[in-house]
Design a protein around this ligand. Sequence first.
Ligand code: TA6
Length: 281
Amino acid sequence: MTESQISIHTGFAHLHDLPCLVLRWGKATVVVSLYGAQVLSYRPDNGPDLLWLSPLANWHNGSAIRGGIPICWPWFGPADKRLMPDAGTLPNHGLVRNRMWQLTEQYSDEAKVSITLSLTLSDLPQTTSKVTVKLTVTLSDQLAIKLYCDNELLQQAALHSYFAIGDISQTKVYPLPLVYQDKLLNALVDVQQTETGFSAETDRIYADTADKLNISTPNAGVTLQQDGHDATVVWNPWIEKSQKTADLTDDSYQSFVCVETAKLQLDKPVPLNLVQIISRR
Ligand code: TA6
């Protein structure tokens, strides 16, 4: 019989006053912040956390928490001008990382434990009507994250997952397409191999990625199952951007890689149903 439990908890790591939910299924635990509906920790057993949280992460003064799985919605990166003329005034990665979500559903049995957090907004640039976005977190022998919005909107989204790694110089992500959009060069780049390593700042959008990706790093590895996506973003800030980013330490780049399941197309209004499933390899 696998014990499962959902509990409310104040604080996680150095974020002592943060309202959180803790999900337990057997020896597995997940911590989810109500602020931003952000998964902060996933430990499949008593072993290491598969996710990374910056030691300088902050949630006050409207900050987005640096680490875990930030929710980028209803746009990714800088808002696209197709959403509104003065998109430049809008925050990076959408409107929901710094808002308090509500717990609207919960479920637990011996097969799994699950919560759903919801947020209703009436200040989207895409529409004047109220829109509800939901996040369902399901823990079993894997961690499934589903971000969904039934409204047909011009909407982008990303599950901006920060994965803990042992050594950035020995970390690889694969299989990836042979072409990617390099956000640093603002250009399409062709490559000859279907895996990427890391030796400099890396900020890439891979379109039409496989449903299954792997992150390999010394002593550990993660498998991702993706659904509802049209792209995967791979990011590591490397040295200079780590030094310049307030909520990263100078050597943070050595400790995480972001592999982000994303839905970026903006050619027509559609509902959203974006899934990332994380399991240890
Ligand atoms: O997903 C990669 C990226 O878009 C990078 O360009 C970098 O900006 C990163 O997200 C973090 O963004 P944030 O707004 O959380 O600092």
